[in-house]
Design a protein around this ligand. Structure first.
Ligand code: FEO
Ligand code: CA
Ligand code: CA
Ligand code: CA
Length: 600
């Protein structure tokens, strides 16, 4: 089907070289500015940010910490006005609070951290003559935090596994945690993945039930105090006081940004794991497919196929119908085989014909119109598959991947792309060895997988688009494109498409001694595999949430200045306020001088 036109359309910019600048570095001819930063007012009347005098009440009205996913939704009938929805993955207390004591946080710090998680919904307006966007106070503006009430839907809703002392119904959860990436739905809502929720729950080693302990371990819930010691302040985070609260996190959540009073939803039909994100593809007949990766070394790739068809339009009645689409359908997990398995030795050497293979989507769980589930996994009930989805994947022999992060479907060709960020334990003693889709031992730099999936079916084929790293190294692959002409790329995380069908990739954890950044990759035609760096983010930061429109590139700069031992007094970065200020996670917008089209 579609093509990108002449090679490189949309990627016509001079690549940014790897660097260690404490700035957002953009190509010549482009400008950038901060759109919104940690502490900026989201709700009208919010106190001005004061780093030295933070309060929980102020934080609940201000832009949260560690921005990750960003979604930009046009306001119907209003030219160049949008609702921006951003997730706040986690709090970094040593960077947020002067003199923070990790062994004895205060109640106020705990409450500020709760308010700094979740999502922000902010109206933003374009500026005449440029691609710049500025936040305004409007009726959509909203903060969702770790204490906002959510409605649970799907097979696990109301099950014994989700009932707690505070919520005997098992259907109402306070808050969302570790909201990593996400997706915008065609019906105008935003999905967000609850990712590393394991880090918030303490005292797992005191759990005596061996079966429960095994499940906690499979989900990475280690014993001892939790990282932030929230269990000191709220028993729901203490596994000795409340065993089931942890089962109420790890879902895909859906937010309706057009109704600031609506309860966001947790969709248990899509399973529970460390959801990086969930991204939607709608087939020609209106079926909805939600792809989602479990971001863990040796974990799985999933898809959910809806039973219902999407209703076109974003009016109130379509919205009511479409917001139930993810309640009814089938959840699958992926199993991959390679065409050149015998040639894979862990070195990254490219087989003749590239890294290619076939795949199968294995059915785990079907959710019916009544919200009840049917399990296809021996020895597990539907509720168990919905809540302990990783164990279901283990039982059916799903393929253990190199940390599946974002998925994105190419709107021009329907091919599906998956960022596999890295896996430094691949091939270690006692760990799974390399396979054709995960071809390198001790994989520091990651790879990008391309699936040819008919979306609603159970079979697919695949190939590796990129095997990332230093292009001068023998173990990298750019689909055969001349490696002397590509930018070094490491640790692909989030994916997005520009209007021309080029894949844009943001990185997290660059292992090549440069700051993280954003790259554009040509997919079709003779330049397939051409990879160019569009920007880098400030020191210590991760590049997230990329949005590429005709007029702007938007990125979240997450955890600028962070390192293993950085504190308020020793930050790696002073971005964006400069001087000797503490760094502030922020969303940045980039546009072409004179208001031209990005990359053209
Ligand atoms: Fe929060 Fe998988 O990155
Ligand atoms: Ca991520
Ligand atoms: Ca994405
Ligand atoms: Ca990541």
């Amino acid at each position: 089907t579609g093509s990108t036109g002449s090679p490189g359309t949309g990627t016509g910019f001079t690549p940014v070289a790897p660097n260690k600048e404490d700035a957002v570095v953009v190509p010549e001819g482009y400008e950038q500015s901060v759109l919104i930063r940690w502490g900026d007012a989201v709700i009208e009347g919010a106190p001005a940010f004061d780093f030295e005098k933070q309060t929980p009440a102020a934080a609940a009205q201000q832009f949260g910490y560690n921005c990750d996913f960003a979604g930009l939704l046009p306001i119907e009938g209003e030219a160049d006005k949008y609702v921006l929805v951003v997730s706040h993955e986690y709090s970094t207390e040593p960077m947020m609070f002067r003199g923070y004591n990790k062994d004895a946080p205060t109640r106020e710090q705990f409450e500020i951290a709760l308010a700094s998680h979740g999502l922000s919904v902010v109206e933003v307006h374009g500026q005449a003559g440029s691609g710049q966007l500025k936040p305004v106070f409007g009726k959509y503006n909203r903060r969702i935090t770790a204490t906002t009430e959510f409605e649970v839907r799907g097979p696990a809703a109301g099950s014994a596994l989700l009932k707690t002392k505070a919520d005997p119904t098992g259907t109402k959860v306070l808050g969302t945690l570790n909201n990593c990436s996400g997706g915008v739905t065609p019906w105008g809502t935003v999905l967000s993945g609850e990712e590393n929720f394991n880090q918030y729950f303490g005292n797992a080693e005191k759990v005596t039930d061996a079966d429960v302990a095994k499940k906690l371990k499979r989900y990475g819930i280690e014993g001892g105090a939790s990282e932030r010691r929230w269990e000191n302040f709220d028993p729901r985070f203490d596994l000795t006081q409340e065993l089931n609260e942890v089962n109420r996190f790890g879902y895909v959540v859906e937010v309706n940004p057009w109704d600031a009073s609506s309860a966001p939803v947790k969709h248990t039909a899509l399973g529970r794991f460390k959801h990086e994100a969930a991204t939607i593809h709608v087939t020609a007949d209106g079926s909805v497919v939600a792809y989602s990766g479990d971001d863990e070394r040796f974990d799985y790739m999933y898809k959910f196929v809806s039973a219902k068809k999407v209703q076109p339009g974003v009016g109130a009645s379509s919205m009511r119908h479409n917001m139930t689409i993810l309640d009814e359908g089938t959840l699958y997990v992926a199993k991959l085989t390679g065409d050149h398995a015998a040639e894979i030795d862990g070195s990254g050497k490219v087989p003749n014909g590239g890294f290619t293979g076939k795949g199968e989507w294995i059915r785990l769980l079907e959710t019916g119109a009544d919200g009840k589930g049917k399990s296809f996994v021996d020895g597990m009930s539907a509720e168990e598959v919905a809540v302990f989805t990783r164990l279901a994947g283990d039982k059916v022999g799903a393929t253990k991947m190199d940390r599946p992060e974002d998925f994105e479907t190419n709107p021009k060709t329907g091919k599906v792309y998956v960022a596999l960020t890295n896996n430094t334990k691949r091939g270690e003693e006692g760990k799974p060895g390399p396979d054709e889709a995960n071809p390198r031992k001790l994989n520091k730099n990651g790879q990008v997988l391309e699936l040819t999936d008919n979306h609603t079916g159970t079979e697919f084929t695949w190939t590796l688009l990129l095997v990332c790293g230093d292009p001068a190294a023998a173990d990298t692959y750019f689909s055969g494109f001349d490696k002397s002409k590509v930018s070094p790329i490491s640790c692909p995380d989030n994916l997005a498409f520009d209007p021309y069908g080029n894949l844009w990739i943001s990185t997290d954890g660059n292992a090549l001694k440069s700051n993280d950044g954003l790259f554009a990759v040509v997919l079709d035609g003779p330049n397939r595999g051409e990879t160019k760096q569009f920007l880098t983010v400030p020191r210590g930061g991760e590049t997230c949430g990329p949005i590429i429109t005709e007029k702007q590139v938007i990125v979240s700069v997450q955890h600028p200045g962070e390192s293993d031992d950085a504190t308020v007094d020793k930050p790696l970065s002073n971005w964006p306020d400069c001087g000797t200020t503490q760094p502030r996670p922020s969303v940045a917008v980039v546009w072409k001088k004179n208001g031209g089209r990005i990359g053209v």
